[in-house]
Design a binder for this molecule. Structure first.
Ligand code: ADP
Ligand code: ZN
Length: 217
């Protein structure tokens, strides 16, 4: 069914992994501002070059760049959209309300993935990402069958340049000060549901699916 959803959660909460399953199985599109920015960097576009220094330090990329990039992608989501990594600030959440109202659609639910900090750190420290399909693996928790090779598409796995201890700490700080307040922002609108994100990706997927069915999305 057609739905407009947001996945909230700290870095390492598993947003990207569960988002991929949700969109593949529901025919929605995934809008990951982080993946989009990394694509812009790979293309060496002017936007990518501008974004890279913010990202490598674990800081947020300025809103005007993000919102411009987001708008062009949102238009492609006729069947539903799952936002992962956006909004990250209250200003972005307010911009999103304006964009949705211009599009004549409304936000259905916000799923907040809850994961304890020790697990976030362990996940981010060992994360490997596929250059081609963006699937995530973990050196210890979910290693690929062949070292350095994606199980799904055969693409090369790499460690993100912001998955180093200093940038990870900064991303968590930014999450606490800028993004976490969105939990109350959406709670006040009765759109928020907490999901335990510490379990296996398939279990998290099942919990979210059951929740959305219950809420009628
Ligand atoms: P994570 O959630 O694991 O930190 P993402 O791939 O979502 O990873 O984001 C990586 C980086 O991209 C962020 O640290 C930030 O610099 C930038 N970024 C992604 N989405 C946004 C956004 N909505 N607003 C500002 N910066 C963003
Ligand atoms: Zn792959």
């Amino acid at each position: 069914m057609r739905a407009y959803l947001i996945l909230l959660g700290a870095p390492g909460a598993g947003k990207g992994t569960v988002a991929k399953r949700l969109v593949d199985r529901n025919g929605w599109i995934q809008i990951s501002t982080g993946d989009m920015l990394r694509e812009e960097i790979a293309k060496q576009s002017s936007l990518g070059l501008e974004a890279k220094s913010y990202m490598d330090q674990g800081n947020l990329v300025p809103d005007d760049l993000i919102i411009k990039m987001l708008k062009t992608h949102l238009e492609q989501g006729d069947n539903g959209v799952l936002l992962d990594g956006f909004p990250r600030t209250e200003e972005q959440a307010i911009s999103l309300e304006r964009i949705f109202s211009e599009m004549g659609v409304s936000l259905d639910s916000v799923v907040n993935l809850v994961v304890p900090e020790e697990l976030l750190l362990a996940r981010l420290g060992g994360r490997l990402v596929c250059k081609e399909c963006k699937a995530s693996f973990h050196k210890l928790f979910s290693p690929p069958k062949e070292v350095g090779v994606c199980d799904h598409c055969g693409g090369t796995l790499y460690q993100r340049s912001d998955d180093n201890p200093e940038s990870i700490q900064q991303r968590l700080r930014v999450y606490h000060t800028s993004t976490k307040p969105l939990i109350d922002f959406y709670k006040d609108k009765s759109l928020l549901a907490d999901i335990d994100g510490s379990r296996d990706a398939e279990e998290v997927y099942n919990d979210i699916t059951a929740l959305l069915e219950k809420r009628g999305n």
